[in-house]
Write a protein that binds this ligand. Structure first.
Ligand code: ADP
Length: 408
């Protein structure tokens, strides 16, 4: 493993055009997952990569596919991704690294007009990047023949599982030739994911890239506080921040209401969650990427795999109920070489979830700092000088007290 640092792209039998594209992309050396994955993938072996997003796995499977399919006419590779955003990012990576090798990539995702798919399919792609639902529509209606597929990639298999896509994936695999190369990437090996591997892969090479890698790089802090103290603290942190901030809320409604509140304070926030139209999601991402909206408020599923560089601060407004989501979320601020800050809010009811994360990543998780209600008042989160009882020195309002009693 230690000499993986010395591996160079020049060590791999890749075409000159791929080397040029790697140079142009500024990829000087392979990242660990690439160093481990590219050689067996080039030999046509099946590969299981256990790695988080942000570790460079897209190029780890894209480079061998480009090498194999460049200048072929047939649709030879299918890449399945759980979300539209991830599919778009994978397509962009294929284009960046494969265009000069003559690779043609098409994307098939839900939430866009069918005509767009027909145009994509007419472009004679040799790589198709798709989300499972829409792809199945086309397969079932006989609009898409996948009998020339040589390589299947299932990206973020664990998230596919969480999103209920496993039956769809089985159906898609049934439409593929049996003789093919299969690569699967996942952050964790859930039973269902293991089952897909056992049933559909031949003697796969297993590659594991440290599960907590992102956690090493981001500085982390946790505040334990009451539910009603979270909003004032969030506004305070957002006012202080200078760079891009990604805020996670648990529910779509939570994202909607936080976005309204933040924008009402003249802090520019965009939002992203699964119920928004694709156009709205694209616009939010574009505004966040360009810095027009330096704050993005998101649910886990929508934010999964987002590749936005320069996120300085991730705020877990709602503490994740799933320990792996914690690692994914804070990984957003420490992609590849950058490092950042991850702040988490946890109410006393979240203690067991904090413990779950500690079990997963150990002492890298700091001890929570308790913020009593008076310390929230002392944070002076009141630009609107007289909040007319809204924050009442950190004491709860009647409705908040009622809500607390209900949930307790
Ligand atoms: P993942 O697929 O694991 O989420 P990506 O493949 O999107 O990760 O890689 C994350 C970021 O790292 C992207 O911005 C990508 O362009 C960049 N990257 C990937 N490989 C390299 C490399 N060898 N050198 C430098 N940057 C890289």
């Amino acid at each position: 493993m230690s000499n993986q640092n010395d591996v160079k792209f020049a060590d791999f039998p890749l075409s000159e055009t791929i080397h040029q594209s790697l140079d142009q992309a500024g990829f000087e050396r392979p990242l660990p997952i690439q160093a481990a994955c590219i050689p067996p993938a080039l030999e046509g072996k099946d590969v299981i990569g256990l790695a988080q997003t942000g570790t460079g796995k897209t190029a780890a499977f894209a480079i061998p596919i480009i090498q194999r399919l460049a200048n072929k006419m047939e649709l030879g590779a299918l890449v399945l991704a759980p979300t539209r955003e991830l599919a778009a990012q994978i397509t962009a990576a294929f284009n960046e690294l494969g265009k000069s090798s003559g690779l043609r990539v098409a994307t098939i995702v839900g939430g866009v007009p069918m005509e767009q798919d027909f145009a994509a399919l007419r472009s004679w792609p040799n790589v198709l990047v798709a989300t499972p639902g829409r792809l199945n529509d086309h397969i079932e209606n006989g609009r898409l023949l996948l009998d020339e597929i040589e390589v299947l990639v299932v990206d973020e298999a664990d998230r596919m599982h969480d999103m209920g896509f496993i039956p769809q994936i089985h159906r898609i695999i049934a439409a593929l030739p049996r003789k093919r190369q299969t690569m699967m990437f996942t952050a964790t090996m859930a039973d269902d994911v293991e089952r897909i591997a056992r049933k559909n892969m031949r003697d796969p090479v297993r590659i594991q890239i440290g599960i907590t890698a992102p956690a090493h790089r981001a500085k982390q802090e946790i505040f334990e506080l009451a539910e009603d103290a979270k909003r004032p603290l969030l506004l305070k942190l957002l006012r202080k921040s200078t760079g891009r901030v990604l805020v996670f809320a648990r529910t779509k409604r939570g994202v909607d209401s936080l976005t309204r509140i933040v924008n009402a304070r003249r802090l520019k926030a965009a939002k992203i969650h699964g119920d928004l139209e694709q156009g709205h999601r694209d616009e939010s991402l574009a505004n966040f990427r360009s810095g027009h909206c330096p704050i993005l408020i998101a649910t886990d599923i929508a934010a999964r795999g987002l590749d936005v560089s320069g996120i300085e601060h991730v705020i877990n407004y709602d503490f994740p109920h799933n320990a792996e989501d914690y690692v994914h979320r804070i990984g957003r601020t420490a992609r590849v070489e950058a490092s950042g800050l991850a702040t988490s809010f946890a109410t006393p009811l979240d203690r067991r979830f904090v413990n779950d994360v500690r079990k997963l990543i150990g002492d890298k998780l700091p001890k929570p700092t308790r913020l009593e209600s008076y310390s929230v008042a002392s944070t002076k989160v009141t630009p609107e000088k007289k909040p007319k009882g809204r924050y009442r020195s950190g004491r709860r309002s009647g409705s908040q007290r009622r809500a607390a009693t209900k949930s307790g």
